[in-house]
Structures are given as C-alpha cells and as structure tokens.
Design a protein around this ligand. Structure first.
Ligand SMILES: Cc1cc2nc3c(=O)[nH]c(=O)nc-3n(C[C@H](O)[C@H](O)[C@H](O)COP(=O)(O)OP(=O)(O)OC[C@H]3O[C@@H](n4cnc5c(N)ncnc54)[C@H](O)[C@@H]3O)c2cc1C
Length: 459
C-alpha cells in the first residue's frame, strides 16, 4: 500500500509567500483535478499524472475544460477546494449562501457575539433609506437595552433585522462554487449578484478551467429567485393540526409505513443475506418485546457519540414546520436532509423569547410593528420581491418543508435536544421526538440529546 499526501489547503498568506519561490502559473489546484481526471484511463501512477500536469499547466487546463464541460465529468472539479472569508454581508445573504449544502460553513454566533451596530443599506431600499435607518436605530437601541438588562444575547438578537452584518468562513470545492455563483447571479437581490461577481473574480482567477457556467438563464432566475408569494397567508391560520412548541409549530406530514419493522427488516436482511421478503416475514412475526430486545442488541455497544446504522435511512419522514428565522438559521445547517424553506412571513407570527419580561412588551410590539410597516410599504412600492424581507427581524417566522431519514434525525436529536442547544431549536426537537416516540416505539428509544442520555459527559 502507498498513501501519498497530494496536497492540502493552506492559508493565502502562506501561498503568497510561496509565490516568490514557485512559478506563478503553478499556484493552482487545477493540476490536481487534471491529474485525477486522467486516473481512470491512464496506466500511469497518480504521482506521474500530477507531475505531468504541473509540467504543462495550460495543457492541464485544456484537459479540464474538455473533461468537465465537453464530456460532463464535472466531479473532477471537486478536487479543487477554496477557503473563503465572507465579511460584511447581511444575515439575509448568509441564508441564501447556505442553501448550498455541499460546502462547509462556520458562522459568527449571534448567541455569543455582541451585534447590533453594523447594518447593510441594500440598493433596493434607497428610496426608503431613512425608514430603514430608523429601523436600524430602533433595533440597535432595543438590543443594547436588552443586553444591559442581562437578557442573553441569544435572545436579544430576535429583535435584530436581516440587514445585520455578519461574517462566514466557507470551504467549498470548485464544482459547488460554480453552482453557488450561478445561483447568486440568478437572484433578484443586488447583494447576491455583487457577491457572485466577487466570487467569480477570486475563484475564476485561480481555477479558470473549472468555473465556467455562471451566466443565469431564465430558468435559473426562476429557480433561485426567493421572491415573496403575492398570495399572502391568512392572518388567523388554523394551526389545530400542528403540535405547538414555544417558538412555532410542527406537523409530521408523512413517514415510512411501519417504521420499526422497516428498520429491523433492513438490518436483518443485511446481516443474514436472506433477502428483504424473508427478513420481513421474520421481523413481522416478532412480538413488541422481541423487537425491543432485537433493537437493544443493535444499540447495546453504541455510545451517544456513535451514529446509527444505515438501516435507519430506510425510514423517511417529512415535517411541515413554522419556526423563527433564528431557529431556522440553525436547522438549515443539517445538510444531509432536504430543506425547502419559503419566505419570511409576518403573518406566521413572531417568536418572543421567554426571557423578555413584560416591562419590554410595549417597546417590543412597537418595534415589530414598525418593522412590518416598512416591510409592507416596500412591497406596496416595489411589488412582492425578496428584498422586502431585509426589514424583518430574527423573531419573524417562515414555513419549512423538511424531509430526512431517521439516521439523520438521530444526529439532529443528539445535537439539538442537548442542554447546550439553543432553546428555540431544542423546543422544536423535543416536540418532534415526542411525536416520533408514538410512531416508532422501538427504534426511537435511543433518541435524545447527549446531556440527556449521559450524565458524565465532559464538554
Ligand atoms: C450547541 C451548538 C452550537 C453551535 N454553534 C455554532 C456556531 O457558533 N457557528 C456555526 O457556524 N455553527 C454552529 N453550530 C452548527 C454546527 O457547526 C453544525 O453546522 C450543525 O450542528 C449541523 O451539524 P452537522 O454538520 O454535523 O450536520 P449535517 O450537515 O446534517 O451532517 C451530518 C453528518 O454528515 C457528515 N458530514 C456532512 N457534511 C460533511 C462534510 N462536508 N465533511 C465531512 N463530513 C460531513 C458528518 O458526519 C455530520 O455529522 C452549532 C451547533 C450546536 C449544536
């Protein structure tokens, strides 16, 4: 066996220093993509192929263009990876960026970092700039007042608008970066389109042969536009079908039939090789106690840090959720699931943290109502376009359609039912798990946060 480290990402300042010693044209990951692209057809070793690519970078680029864009093997662009600092952009734009799941993100925590004095003035709001400024002043003042009254920053931020500036560290490969640039360029938001241009400038310069299709078509514009549905939802929604939690509503729309039997059948079939039908006959014949004992056998040596087995992926569920923008900011990070979110909608209500005592209620209501009034005025003057939502606050809500399998739900439950999790998403996770325990009495037994399941964990 031979294992060779062929490259890794390093800080740009180190790369700049190395530029003095190495020829400029070699400072690209395109040679790695070109070499790996040839692995499938060439008898040469990977090391030889990399060496050839470095000797003739222009040829490597030509090969990439041919393989990625003519032959369609776009996956080779995944071998080139960028680390990108994104600073001074709005919370709104951050949500748009993180719709792209095949990347790694670390965001400034609004739970721990004091915010509230740096806001974006989007181009679209130039006619209502003074109204937006007033919103910023009011939000900032209220946020500071709450912090001074010892309300935790994680709760005070529910009253900050989507124009709040923040920053993000992003690691993304060239294939995903091209997709991200295309999506941002298709957006109706000026801020998104500006970011698309900047990303293209910096990534395109390093990997010109891997980032090419970035001009949106009409289809892309429709697909990525996050406009506002002109059919405004009814003010008094009937949420009787939903389970309520402090922070929003959840409803289990559907789940794989007979989830316990499905998981145990998948496991039995996989471990015995008897085939699905025979495995099903066996599992169906078990009593509930026998199934529980089968499940205990599966999990007895697992710790809370272990993930569930692949068998849990055969149970798929869909949730209809109404939650605050603050909670959604956390939910969206669970990439191994399908998250369809719609626009923020003031008609879905506002999540006021429990820590906000009655003395702040009048001010809190006035602020929410001012935010909604300039949001409505923007729509009256510009139509139902996405940029209106810059004026909404983190406590405003949106509707989300969330589809995931039980293995990923276990992971979500471990992190979000934990004592360290933020209360809004923890409340939602607790409500979901309660529902799942009814539907999946056997295989849901190990659900729960890390802290809940073990008293001796050190953080
Ligand atoms: C208490 C708490 C505090 C947090 N604070 C912050 C914060 O301050 N800032 C911040 O930005 N985020 C924060 N997060 C979010 C956190 O960093 C994760 O993004 C989030 O919990 C989703 O977890 P995940 O990436 O494991 O899940 P998923 O994206 O759903 O992934 C599930 C699993 O798939 C695998 N996986 C997915 N993608 C990759 C990949 N690219 N490479 C390798 N493995 C992969 C991993 O095993 C992962 O556990 C916080 C989360 C919690 C619970």
């Amino acid at each position: 066996m031979k294992v060779t480290l062929a490259g890794y990402n390093i800080d740009i300042e180190t790369i700049e220093a190395a530029r003095q010693a190495v020829s400029e044209h070699l400072m690209t990951p395109e040679t790695l993509s070109a070499a790996y692209a040839r692995i499938s057809r060439s008898p040469k070793t990977a090391g030889e192929l990399r060496s050839e690519a470095r000797e003739n970078v222009e040829k490597a680029r030509k090969s990439n263009r041919n393989i990625v864009f003519e032959m369609g093997h776009a996956s080779i662009a995944e071998h080139a990876v960028f680390n990108i600092d994104l600073e001074g952009m709005s919370r709104f734009l951050l949500e748009e960026i993180q719709r792209h799941r095949l990347a790694s993100y670390t965001e400034k925590s609004q739970r721990y970092v004091r915010l509230g004095d740096d806001f974006l003035y989007p181009e679209e709001w130039s006619d209502l700039k003074s109204e937006l400024k007033e919103l910023h002043d009011r939000c900032s003042e209220f946020y500071q007042k709450l912090c001074e009254a010892d309300i935790p920053g994680e709760d005070a931020r529910y009253f900050l608008p989507f124009t709040t500036k923040t920053q993000l560290g992003m690691t993304i490969n060239a294939r995903s970066a091209e997709h991200l640039i295309l999506a941002l360029a298709s957006s109706t938001l000026e801020e998104s389109r500006l970011l698309a241009t900047k990303l293209h400038e910096i990534c395109g310069e390093v990997t010109p042969s891997l980032i090419r299709y970035i001009v949106p078509s009409e289809y892309h514009r429709r697909m990525y536009s996050s406009g506002i549905n002109p059919v405004i939802t009814k003010k008094d929604q009937d949420f009787t079908m939903y389970s309520e939690f402090h922070g929003g509503y959840i409803r289990l729309v559907n789940i794989t039939e007979n989830p316990d039997n499905t998981i145990l059948t998948a496991n039995y079939a996989r471990n015995t090789g008897v085939g699905f039908e025979d495995a099903k006959i066996y599992i169906d014949s078990l009593s509930i106690d026998e199934k529980a004992s089968y499940f205990s056998g599966l999990t007895e040596s697992a710790t809370i840090h272990d993930r569930m087995t692949v068998d849990f992926e055969h149970v798929v569920m869909t949730w209809d959720i109404v939650l605050s923008a603050a909670a959604f900011a956390q939910l969206k990070r669970h990439r191994i699931s399908s998250i369809g979110h719609s626009f923020l909608d003031p008609n879905l209500g506002f999540t006021v943290p429990k820590s906000i005592s009655t003395e702040f209620y009048t001010e809190c209501k006035k602020l929410i109502s001012y935010s909604e009034s300039i949001y409505s005025r923007f729509i009256e003057e510009n139509g139902p376009v996405a940029a209106a939502a810059y004026a909404l606050l983190s406590g405003h809500r949106r509707r989300v359609m969330w589809t995931l399998n039980l293995r990923e739900y276990y992971h979500f439950s471990r992190l979000r039912q934990d004592a360290h999790a933020q209360w809004d998403i923890r409340n939602m996770a607790n409500a979901m798990t309660e529902k799942l325990r009814d539907m999946i009495p056997v295989c849901s037994q190990f659900l729960g946060g890390k802290s809940e399941l073990s008293s001796d964990i050190e953080y």
